[in-house]
Design a protein around this ligand. Structure first.
Ligand SMILES: NC(=O)c1ccc[n+]([C@@H]2O[C@H](COP(=O)([O-])OP(=O)(O)OC[C@H]3O[C@@H](n4cnc5c(N)ncnc54)[C@H](O)[C@@H]3O)[C@@H](O)[C@H]2O)c1
Length: 357
């Protein structure tokens, strides 16, 4: 029998417990050997649930890296902590699965990718939406030329009221508001479905019209940690017009709070052969000079959160291609930075192509 990968998770709050620990636990070629969190209660609870002895639980990730001879680690902490925890792991020869957004900004993102390259280790980013069946179906259609040239897309994720409480609303910890939180999911997914064209410019605005609103009767996302003071110094809505080097354009919007419909992640692709809607999947085509719409039946159940972890370990073992490599989040970080810059200055911001040697 081949040796199992020795895995650890840093940050056992929401996503650590909902995706990464169950992902490793259900993976036949992996064992969870250590867990790290600065919160003693969550650490003890997760250790008990996943059968990790207290001797292998840590408040300090560096001590865990020193002692545990890890093969893989998931970084599931608030965004400001991703850079150090990822780069230190890579420098120790540990493959990393880092949650989205991969870093606070483009500069950190590039350095993390460079560290992975220098170490010869894998760096994955937690874009679980790429694993959804509707998404992989549309990507297959794109690759097989069903849409032709995709020259226009609409994308976003609008919540009527849906602030994630805790550290997410504190810019020094999160890097920003809905744009860098749920917004990167929509942005990455749509960009991936468009065939990942090079972004060249962004014109954008951000708003904060609600902040810490107070309405009743709605479910919200509660981060497990941070921000007891209730600081809210990020945007609550961002909107942008993005141009790409191949001439394509994207209209994009994302909110934690606005007065309108909840959309979930939405993606509309418009090609010169056909168009598509992501959820539910619908293709807008033409057959024999008639316009025809069709809706593929997608009945398989896919657990995208679990799949992203399984794909990572399989890629480490050389069994699968990594679907969400860290270097593909550089252009997403560039678009996010450009949206904030354009919103602040009121001007269109150009995006340079970054080539890593
Ligand atoms: N892919 C997705 O669908 C998805 C969903 C939710 C969150 N996320 C991402 O996952 C990450 C974590 O978000 P969350 O909602 O789980 O947050 P959370 O607050 O629920 O959990 C974070 C955990 O990290 C611990 N922590 C904080 N600083 C630490 C440090 N320096 N060392 C060790 N532990 C530390 C906290 O005690 C907490 O238990 C963020 O990057 C977030 O954007 C991704």
């Amino acid at each position: 029998m081949t040796k199992k990968l020795r895995a650890a998770v840093i940050g056992v709050g929401n996503i650590g417990r909902q995706a990464h620990l169950p992902g490793y636990a259900s993976c036949p070629n992996t064992e969870i050997v250590a867990i790290c969190d600065t919160h003693a209660g969550r650490l003890a609870q997760a250790a008990q649930q996943y059968g990790v002895d207290a001797a292998h639980t840590y408040a300090d990730y560096r001590e865990m890296y020193e002692k545990e001879n890890l093969d893989v680690v998931s970084v599931c902490t608030p965004t400001y902590a991703h850079y150090d925890q990822t780069v230190d792991a890579l420098n120790k020869g540990i493959h990393v699965h880092c949650e989205k957004p991969m870093a606070m900004n483009t500069e950190e993102t590039v350095k993390m990718v460079q560290a992975a390259k220098a170490a010869g280790k894998l760096l994955a980013v937690g874009y679980n939406n790429r694993f959804r069946l509707d998404a992989t179906t549309l990507r297959k259609y794109y690759e097989n030329g069903v849409f032709g040239d995709i020259y226009y897309a609409k994308s976003g994720w609008l919540r009527r009221r849906g602030n994630p409480h805790g550290w997410f609303t504190q810019k020094s910890v999160s890097g920003g508001g809905p744009l860098i939180d749920c917004g990167v999911h929509a942005l990455d997914l749509t960009h991936w479905l468009m065939g990942q064209p090079q972004p060249v410019s962004v014109t954008a605005s951000t708003y904060c019209k609600f902040g810490n609103y107070n309405v009743e009767g709605i479910g919200q996302y509660w981060a497990e940690s941070g921000n007891e003071e209730g600081i809210f110094d990020t945007e609550d809505l961002a909107t942008a017009f993005i141009k790409f080097a191949n001439g394509a354009t994207m209209m994009y919007d994302v909110s934690w709070a606005y007065n309108g419909e909840n959309t979930g992640i939405y993606t509309q692709l418009h090609g010169d052969k056909a168009g598509a809607n992501l959820d539910p999947v619908k293709i807008y085509g033409e057959v024999e000079k008639n316009i025809v719409d069709y809706e593929p039946h997608l009945n398989l159940k896919v657990n995208a959160q679990e799949k992203k972890v399984h794909n990572f370990t399989a890629a480490v073992l050389g069994q699968e291609e990594l679907l969400c490599p860290g270097h593909e989040s550089i252009v997403i970080a560039q678009i996010v930075d450009a949206i904030y810059e354009s919103a602040a200055s009121g001007a269109t911001v150009t995006i340079p192509a970054i080539t890593l040697d």
